[in-house]
Write a protein of this length. Structure first.
Length: 416
């Protein structure tokens, strides 16, 4: 085992014990100071980010992925505001969710407790660093952050600032730690850090998540890729559908809650698809359509099977015309990564069927999938979007970073 990972693990284990004992007010004061320290050091963060952007361009990283990596004054302000929102949320730690008396006159309660040490392996978005750190800190968990090489300098600066805040508040800096080695070896070792990690959360592309699923021996919460769909029903308002599709695809295509495939009912395809193509003309979106959709589009290529399976994270949209709601639901459930799916319809019955029958973490009626986000769900920030069904599903906030224990009050009972 790499000595670096052993050291980080040991330090985190001790820090987690200390952090679990902090009062809510103390955690909140520290979080508020973290937010202020980010704002006060905006220029240092931007300078570090420029190093990452320069290296990314040199390595031929695509524009949408450059956008994921880029920090601006506004994005740093949003990161600081996200930390403040986490501070403002109720602290789940110590909450007794229910209590009951047994026939033996024992009082049994179920109480929220931290997971302990959380490891996070992520790729190119620096805001994950502050989101994850603030959520873990508020929920009483020490965190080990292992970001990708693309955002190394940005992540390093952000963690240094947060650790300085901890130091200024007389707290153990190991409550938030950063793996300063981005080699594959450290990632693989982190996946097997069983003596120290209570849970590992991968956040990134399909390759990273698959690697963690296949190789990790520590418990894993799987956050998913976003092969998401919008289905425009025959009962849809076309202007609404047009706005939703454009937002879900073109506002920020490099994020996991953007859509990759559009399904359109055959009854409205002749009217809707030309309208959409005209509206998309101001965006560099390449259309890949099935043979039916091609008849209604002027500038589209023929879609192939692989297009239905792909999370493009780019200005590419696959389009398929379907004959029914049944066909739309079947297509979604076959190809979806179970992240976010949306139907646009004025039919209550069709909307309810879509909600009930589509298997995904977030299912929408008449709204963009871009809302699948911890901030937009009112969680302040998020660790990621879980697409599995155990423990946590959808945007993961504070409560998803806790477990529970039973607390039992007696007055001398023994079992007969």
């Amino acid at each position: 085992m790499n000595n670096l990972m052993n050291v980080l693990g040991k330090q985190s284990k001790e820090a987690a014990r200390q952090l679990s004992q902090l009062e809510t007010a103390q955690k909140n004061r520290c979080l508020m100071q973290m937010a202020a320290d980010l704002e006060n050091n905006t220029q240092s963060i931007l300078t570090a980010n420029q190093q990452d952007l320069k290296q990314a361009r040199k390595n031929g990283v695509t524009d949408p992925l450059i956008d994921r990596l880029r920090l601006t004054d506004i994005r740093i302000q949003e990161m600081a505001d996200g930390i403040r929102q986490v501070a403002a949320l109720p602290d789940p730690i110590g909450v007794v969710e229910k209590m009951w008396r047994t026939e033996d006159q024992l009082m049994i309660g179920q109480q929220r407790v931290p997971l302990g040490v959380v490891g996070i392996i992520f790729e190119s978005r620096p805001n994950v660093t502050t989101d994850a750190a603030s959520l873990c800190f508020k929920s009483g968990n020490a965190v080990i952050l292992r970001g990708g090489k693309e955002a190394f300098y940005s992540n390093q600066m952000l963690v240094e600032l947060m650790q300085q805040t901890l130091r200024n508040n007389q707290l153990n800096t190991a409550m938030i730690q950063f793996v300063n080695d981005t080699s594959r070896d450290t990632a693989n070792e982190m996946m097997r850090l069983n003596d120290y990690l209570d849970v590992l959360i991968p956040r990134g592309g399909a390759g990273l998540i698959q690697q963690v699923k296949m190789n990790a021996t520590v418990p894993v919460i799987e956050t998913g890729t976003g092969n998401n769909h919008v289905y425009v029903d025959q009962a849809a308002q076309l202007d609404m559908a047009n706005d939703i599709v454009i937002n879900a695809k073109a506002q920020r295509p490099s994020v996991c809650n953007a859509i990759e495939t559009l399904l359109v009912h055959e009854d409205i395809a002749p009217e809707f698809l030309p309208l959409l193509e005209e509206s998309l003309a101001s965006y560099p979106v390449a259309l890949r359509a099935d043979s039916k959709a091609l008849t209604y589009l002027k500038k589209a290529g023929l879609a192939v099977e692989e297009d239905w399976k792909t999370e493009f994270l780019d200005y590419i949209l696959a389009i398929k015309v379907v004959a029914s709601l049944d066909e739309a639901i079947e297509h979604v459930n076959r190809y979806s990564s179970k992240h976010s799916e949306s139907i646009v319809t004025d039919s209550y019955q069709n909307g309810q069927r879509f909600l009930k029958e589509v298997d995904a973490a977030a299912v929408y009626i008449n709204a963009s999938t871009r809302f699948t986000d911890g901030v937009k769900f009112g969680f302040g920030a998020e660790i990621g979007i879980s697409t599995q069904k155990l423990h946590a599903r959808g945007p993961m906030g504070l409560e998803h970073l806790t477990s529970s224990k039973y607390i039992i009050y007696g007055d001398g009972q023994i079992r007969e």
